[in-house]
Design a protein around this ligand. Structure first.
Ligand code: NAD
Length: 438
């Protein structure tokens, strides 16, 4: 099939590359000329494992191309995906749908034959209705269907997630659109991935419900971690103890500095706003957002306490800046709030991240960015682990101990073993591992 993908960001680029790998012919369209130029030259604007090879293979096979010309991309397309950003709107936290609606207008003007318009961006309930209205208003003559097909991939594992999804959700009650979507995803359901057809509004809400639930799970275990610290329990054992229960499951039960990233913060907020608008508030999610917001500064306080109550004039080596490992994405990363709070307290920050430094420079000022973990800890009064990149699990801890001004380690991801750290002579604190910490 021929597919146009509007937006060549994380979701558009990964989805476009994967669809082309299934054998479809995909044109990715973006309004950012620099991005398209880079992609044409074989440069991938984001860090995502395996993406560069996948893009190169499908470009070489003539199944994947890049353009800024939407009309050209739509000429033969049977389906056009909208995969543009839906960030939080400044001021009120509602999803900013201006990019989605602009894409809808662009599609309307360029449409020349029957087309399935698929919203892959995460959008509030009712957005599909509005996309349909916009296109219908501009092109009363056009033959089209608007479908919701939310994306559930995780950055850092995006290609595997797209190619082996737990499920594909398609929101449409239009039979012709359903056939097109079935054809597009055929390689996946031949592979046993469930293809779940729902109404369009249900599909839109399913995405928000999924993200809100996962954010709740993280926040729940973070509060249990705090309790563990008070009562002398070990949150990792609690998480294992509950996670082995199939009704609960072990994923998203890792205590840490609070969730961040390109999706959970904005999606939980947008769900709260939608629910309030409809007079059906989601109080659990409201609490989750409030608890998670407070957690970042609480983590900065943890570092301050580890340094005896003040960070003024102290050098802190930070390892890990991105919101999770295996991405260079800094959007709403917990590191931003934690580092800013430490800087507010007068700390001097040195930081290392394997892939995120260029993006971090855009959002964090007055940080000395260094190329290796060892440079970050040299002469530091404390080492703080914020993102659990694998490379940090196997550091030479003896060497680090010898390089620091004070052997203080605050491990916000629980990647080290407390007994080992204490036996090496560190003053070590972590998250939710009560007795061993002290
Ligand atoms: P992104 O910011 O990385 O990419 C969006 C791209 O769309 C940009 O390159 C931008 O230039 C382009 N764009 C904007 N308006 C355009 C237009 N009118 N025509 C053509 N291109 C246009 O965003 P993303 O992270 O890929 O997220 C896209 C959507 O997918 C969001 O709604 C997000 O919530 C959702 N989502 C993201 C993830 C994730 O892990 N990043 C996962 C699931 C769902």
């Amino acid at each position: 099939m021929r597919v146009a993908m509007i937006g060549a960001g994380y979701v558009g680029l990964v989805s476009g590359a994967c669809f082309s790998d299934f054998g479809h012919r995909v044109t990715c369209v973006d309004t950012h000329p620099g991005k398209i130029e880079a992609l044409r030259l074989g440069r991938i604007p984001i860090f995502e494992p395996g993406l560069s090879e996948l893009v190169a293979a499908n470009v070489a096979a003539d199944r994947l191309s890049f353009t800024t010309d939407l009309a050209g991309a739509l000429e033969e397309a049977e389906a056009v995906f909208i995969a543009v950003g839906t960030p939080s709107r400044r001021g009120d936290g509602h999803a900013d749908l201006s990019y989605v609606y602009q894409a809808a207008r662009d599609i309307a003007r360029a449409m020349r034959h029957y087309m399935v318009v698929v919203t892959k961006s995460t959008v509030p309930v009712g957005t599909g209705d509005e996309v349909e209205r916009i296109i219908r208003e501009l092109r009363p003559d056009a033959d089209f269907a608007v479908v919701s097909n939310p994306e559930f991939l995780r950055e850092g594992a995006a290609i595997t997630d797209f190619k082996r999804p737990d499920r594909i959700v398609v929101g449409t009650e239009n039979e012709r659109a359903r056939q097109v979507m079935t054809e597009l995803y055929r390689p996946l359901f031949l592979n046993q991935s469930p293809l779940l057809f729902t109404s369009r509004r249900t599909a839109e809400l399913t995405k928000y419900a999924a993200n809100a639930f996962l954010a709740t799970k993280i926040t729940f275990i973070n509060e249990i971690a705090d309790l563990c610290e008070h009562v002398g329990g070990n949150v990792q054992d609690v998480a294992r103890g509950i996670g082995l229960d199939n009704r609960i499951g072990s994923k998203f039960l890792h205590a840490g500095p609070g969730y961040g990233g390109s999706c959970f913060p904005k999606d939980t907020l947008a769900l709260i706003k939608t629910a309030q608008d409809y007079g059906a508030p989601v109080r659990i999610v409201e609490t989750v957002v409030a608890v998670n917001d407070q957690r970042k500064r609480a983590m900065a306080r943890k570092v301050t306490e580890a340094l005896g109550g003040s960070v003024r004039g102290k050098t802190i080596g930070v390892l890990g800046l991105t919101f999770k490992p295996n991405t260079d994405d800094m959007r709403d990363a917990p590191s931003v709030a934690i580092i800013t709070a430490l800087q507010d307290g007068g700390a001097i920050i040195k930081a290392h991240d394997p892939e995120g430094i260029e993006q971090a420079k855009l959002v964090l000022d007055n940080v000395a960015y260094v190329d290796t973990p060892y440079q970050a800890v040299e002469g530091a009064d404390a080492l703080v682990i914020i993102t659990e990149w694998d490379a940090f699990r196997a550091l030479d801890l003896k060497r680090i101990h010898g390089m620091m001004a004070q052997p203080v380690v605050v491990d916000l991801r629980n990647i080290y073993r407390p007994e080992e750290m204490l036996s090496l002579g560190f003053r070590y604190s972590s998250v939710g591992r009560g007795l061993a910490d002290t």
